[in-house]
Write a protein that binds this ligand. Structure first.
Ligand SMILES: [Fe+2]
Ligand SMILES: [Fe+2]
Length: 474
């Protein structure tokens, strides 16, 4: 399963043996490159960036590091190795052989799932395209570009499946993935969160922590799929995704660390005093967290979903880490949901487990999100402050599902619309918060230098020092 870098499109799927498919993808390749030039990172296309590139899909030989101009990055098609003994892991066909081709009856549904996943990948590159100008360091600039090129590769991962398994419809979908654009009024990206521009680095770190983590859980669900090529491509994407969440986790950690240093220096926890010193006060970090966490929660869909039930029944999309569950058929179990009762309270409802799969996945996601929050809080606690960052309730500020449009406190207590409006500034980034954060955003492009609102990372990339010239600007 070594990767063939001789072909125009690097791959480990023996692309050369299927001339028709190879030609179709070679036709799509220049369109992708044009999209990258037009809507990829603005003004940094000629910079030499210290990037990692996949060299093999096994755990040992994952990557090589070296300077690459982004348009010359070797985007390609990398699937995890096929396990000839792999069996369907859940649903009505549990235990049967996995599919190497798509059963006709699931074609439309699988295409939709693949297109929806594929659409988020280039969307995030478009959302982040202006961030290079305001990177707080060359280290961060390089991480941004690493995330961007890998999201581009994730698009390739989905486009390969569309081309290889869906014939003409698939090729058309692949073209449309380059025609929809984040925030475009006529042809927006499919999911709401991916149409929000990311103008500042606090949002970028929140996005890579919370929204890329949604990606992780979607990929984990698809990595369970009975459609084996989809499962294998998602397994490899997950190894790339891990770095994106690392960027978010350590980014927020460094923001908090710097804020605590300033709080100590000035012996104050007054937000205005912290801001005057050019750092980000912790309540503002909390408001950004509230925004991005809740916006990412919506990506899992409604609590009760007949689509989710049929994806599970048919073996298209499983639960993340399906092997950890005892019952992989889940036909007799039920799930207890807390729903708004319409008069300010909650009511409990039992629903069939299969219909609750979105909620099950969201629950795993929330638990995963908590890990970083605990780590950030340990820093705060060690500095002797009582402030704690918290994940808001999954009922708070929801736009999708049973709690959509129900005003609640961050703790999830239903309140009136007037009460919500009165507290909104406390709970979510206000215009003045956003203006303040934007006022901090100035590019720091000398090796080893950091913007004043963020601490340096503990270590550099690939054993290089923090002051390594991670991006050579010309
Ligand atoms: Fe991705
Ligand atoms: Fe990602």
């Amino acid at each position: 399963m070594s990767i063939n870098y001789q072909d125009r499109i690097p791959n480990n799927v023996d692309l050369g043996s299927n001339r028709t498919l190879q030609r179709a993808l070679e036709h799509w390749q220049p369109e992708f490159l044009k999209w990258w030039e037009d809507l990829g990172p603005k003004d940094f296309q000629v910079a030499d960036v210290y990037l990692r590139t996949a060299t093999s899909v096994d755990a040992k030989g994952w990557a090589t590091y070296g300077y690459v101009r982004m348009p010359e990055y070797r985007w390609g098609i990398f699937l995890n190795e096929r396990d000839p003994n792999r069996r369907i892991g859940f649903g009505d066909n549990y235990g049967q052989e996995v599919w190497q081709q798509i059963p006709g009856e699931y074609r439309a549904t699988l295409r939709r799932l693949i297109v929806t996943q594929g659409d988020t990948e280039p969307a995030s590159v478009e959302q982040q395209r202006m961030l290079g100008h305001t990177a707080p360091s060359l280290y961060d600039l390089r991480n941004l570009f690493q995330v961007n090129v890998e999201e581009g590769r994730h698009l390739w991962a989905m486009v390969y499946l569309l081309h290889a398994y869906f014939g003409r419809d698939g090729r058309e979908e692949a073209e449309e993935l380059l025609e929809r654009h984040s925030g475009d009024t006529n042809k927006p990206r499919i999911l709401g969160t991916f149409n929000e521009p990311i103008r500042d680095w606090l949002s970028f770190f929140m996005f890579t922590y919370f929204t890329d983590r949604d990606g992780k859980f979607q990929l984990k669900s698809l990595a369970e799929s009975s459609f084996d090529p989809l499962a294998r491509t998602c397994q490899f994407m997950l190894t790339e995704e891990a770095h994106h969440m690392f960027v978010g986790d350590t980014g927020i950690n460094r923001v908090v660390k710097r804020t605590l240093e300033v709080m100590k220096e000035l012996n104050s926890d007054d937000s205005q005093v912290i801001r005057n010193a050019g750092a980000i006060d912790l309540p503002t970090v909390q408001r950004y967290l509230n925004f991005w966490f809740t916006s990412s929660l919506d990506l899992f869909g409604s609590e009760t979903s007949s689509n989710a039930a049929s994806y599970f029944a048919n073996g298209l999309k499983g639960r993340p880490d399906e092997a950890q569950y005892e019952d992989h058929v889940a036909i007799e179990q039920s799930y207890q949901l807390d729903l708004p009762d319409g008069s300010g309270g909650t009511k409990s409802e039992q629903i069939p487990m299969r219909n609750a799969m979105n909620e099950v996945t969201r629950g795993s996601y929330v638990r995963d999100c908590e890990i970083g929050v605990k780590r950030w809080n340990r820093l705060i606690e060690k500095s002797g402050h009582s402030f704690r960052l918290t994940l808001p309730s999954t009922r708070f500020r929801r736009s999708i599902g049973n709690w959509a449009g129900v005003p609640t406190t961050p703790e999830g207590v239903a309140i009136s619309a007037e009460q919500f409006a009165a507290h909104k500034q406390q709970w979510l980034p206000s215009e003045s918060d956003q203006a303040f954060i934007l006022s901090l955003m100035h590019g720091v492009h000398q090796p080893g230098k950091m913007a004043a609102w963020i601490a340096p990372p503990d270590r550099g990339i690939n054993n290089n020092p923090v002051d390594y010239e991670y991006v050579k600007l010309h």
